[in-house]
Ligand binder design. Sequence first.
Ligand code: BTN
Length: 239
Amino acid sequence: MTSISFQRFDFDELDSTNNKAADLACLFQKPLFVVAKRQTNGRGRRGRSWASLEGNLFVSFAFDGAGLSAGQWSVLSGVAVMQTVRHFCPEADVQIKWPNDVLAFGGKISGILFERADNGFWIMGIGINVTCHPQETTIGYHAESLAHLGAKTDANEVLSVLIQKFQALLSVAFAESFEPIRQVWLDNAYHLGQNIKIKQEKQIVEGTLIGLDLEANLLIRTSKGLERLNYGDILYEKE
Ligand code: BTN
């Protein structure tokens, strides 16, 4: 297998494309993706909501996850979104904040939320700010959109580039290895070599971000030595 054959489902409005993708995955037991023009209850990470204004892209892919680890899927999805943003805004300074937040000129332009459906399928929910972005954010950084960066496009066109990038990365990962994807991630990593803080459930780990291993764990040099983290959120400087 070098790509995944997804069935497409379109909706005008949903509470969350992640919910619908999980329901449909349980019903059909095959790879699919769900797109909505609007979400009434879009979810983000860390219990946040995701502003879901019409014109932006809201899509959730469902697949069984075979072939890669959870961390590798997570990083690969961020690379696919980063390449999509760069396709439309080739001049922009685009970076990936581990594991898969894509920032353009330091502003959050997309978000990815991984969940599991009841049948065990992975649900990869992606939001990309295409035509607009929230003016106020509850995170320490501003938000961005492709339109604000000068791109003239729409959610459907962004989705088709995202699918091409995702499938191309899958063929690399399946036919070769995760290593080329790790390299692309490293070449575009936010704060590589700098001091960062990672918030986990019960602690904040602080140290220098020195890289990513082949399992997509973050490598941090702390005062206690080298640590490998497989979950957590890098805090923005102002958080
Ligand atoms: C984040 O906090 O950065 C993740 C945001 C994920 C938003 C997307 S929009 C499509 C899908 N449906 C949701 O309810 N959330 C994800």
